[in-house]
Design a protein around this ligand. Structure first.
Ligand SMILES: Cc1cc2nc3c(=O)[nH]c(=O)nc-3n(C[C@H](O)[C@H](O)[C@H](O)COP(=O)(O)OP(=O)(O)OC[C@H]3O[C@@H](n4cnc5c(N)ncnc54)[C@H](O)[C@@H]3O)c2cc1C
Ligand code: FES
Length: 272
């Protein structure tokens, strides 16, 4: 008899960090699987409560695993109420991650909105750790307000390590001196070789929709554009049908899709 694919591996929460007012980053140990591709996700179980999918947000080279989790409902609230040393379950890694091979020797543009930076952070860390294999790297990241920008304490280091970082917020509160406006207002700023740039996007569906439109206006080739999409999921392994749209399983064929694949997805999942 084979191993039960639904059985989560027990792990401990070893650290909990307030990332934004509604999001906590948890660090878990031991790492329940050897390797993963940035952009992949895992199913996180709170015993006695339930299970939900989350993007892995730490670097594949880390000894631990991290998730940034926004409080939404039953499972995410239970995670927000957890304490260091609590046991949770993990199964994964699942889905298709970002196209690392295709990115080699290319410029790279990462575009994130709010919590949508979670699956882009392991990619950014991976690119920094393997810097010589990639060209210029730019990041355009927006959130509703400055406190909702995730990983703020890492921005300075990213810039020091050569990342072209462009930030924006919808509402410029407090001592914010940066750009105010939606993320599409900063997409003209990166100085990249557009014809040879791979673009990776994650954020709310409405943001992805307007970003795709703007990227095409700015002459980024559609073939080089990828986005990570979200759908309701239950099994994570192509069996339950909860994430099945137009012949694709978001859990297996995605969550990272190419531009032309997205165009073929039906309404409700496609960001159009
Ligand atoms: C591949 C993937 C990666 C994800 N990565 C992250 C991440 O890194 N960080 C993070 O905070 N969240 C992430 N999510 C979303 C996360 O899975 C949901 O917020 C979570 O399932 C909510 O569970 P809950 O039990 O707290 O909410 P519930 O009690 O189940 O629901 C609360 C509300 O959220 C809605 N909802 C639940 N799941 C989803 C969903 N998948 N999409 C849209 N609405 C939903 C419900 O309809 C309801 O209105 C990801 C989802 C997917 C599919
Ligand atoms: S989540 Fe069950 S088929 Fe994708």
């Amino acid at each position: 008899m084979g191993l039960n694919p639904y059985l989560p591996r027990p792990v401990k929460i070893i650290r909990i960090k307030d990332e934004t007012p509604d999001t906590k980053t948890i660090t878990i140990s031991p790492k329940p699987f050897e390797d993963f591709t940035p952009g992949q996700f895992a199913m996180v179980t709170v015993y006695g409560v339930g299970e939900a999918p989350f993007s892995i947000c730490s670097s594949p080279s880390n000894d631990n695993l991290q998730f940034s989790i926004r409080k939404m409902g039953i499972v995410t609230t239970a995670i927000h109420e957890a304490s260091p040393d609590d046991e949770i379950g993990i199964r994964g890694p699942y889905g298709k991650g970002w196209p690392l091979k295709e990115m080699e020797n290319k410029d790279i543009l990462l575009i994130g909105g709010g919590i949508g930076f979670a699956p882009l952070r392991p990619l950014l860390l991976y690119l920094l750790e393997n810097r010589s294999r990639y060209g210029g790297i730019a990041v355009c990241y927006g959130a509703r307000s400055p406190p909702l920008l995730m990983y703020r304490n890492e921005f300075e280091e990213w810039v020091e390590r050569g990342i072209d970082l462009y930030l924006t917020v919808d509402i410029g509160e407090g001592d914010w001196k940066g750009n105010v406006g939606v993320v599409t207002t900063i997409l003209n700023k990166p100085r990249l070789n557009k014809a040879e740039t791979i673009v990776c996007i994650c954020g709310p569906p409405m943001m992805i929709r307007f970003v795709l439109k703007r990227l095409v206006e700015l002459d980024y080739p559609k073939d080089n554009i990828y986005a990570s999409l979200e759908s309701k999921m239950r099994c994570g392994i192509g069996k339950c049908g909860h994430c099945h749209f137009g012949g694709k399983h978001v859990c297996m064929d995605g969550p990272v899709f190419r531009y032309y694949e997205m165009m073929e997805l039906p309404r409700g999942i496609a960001p159009f």
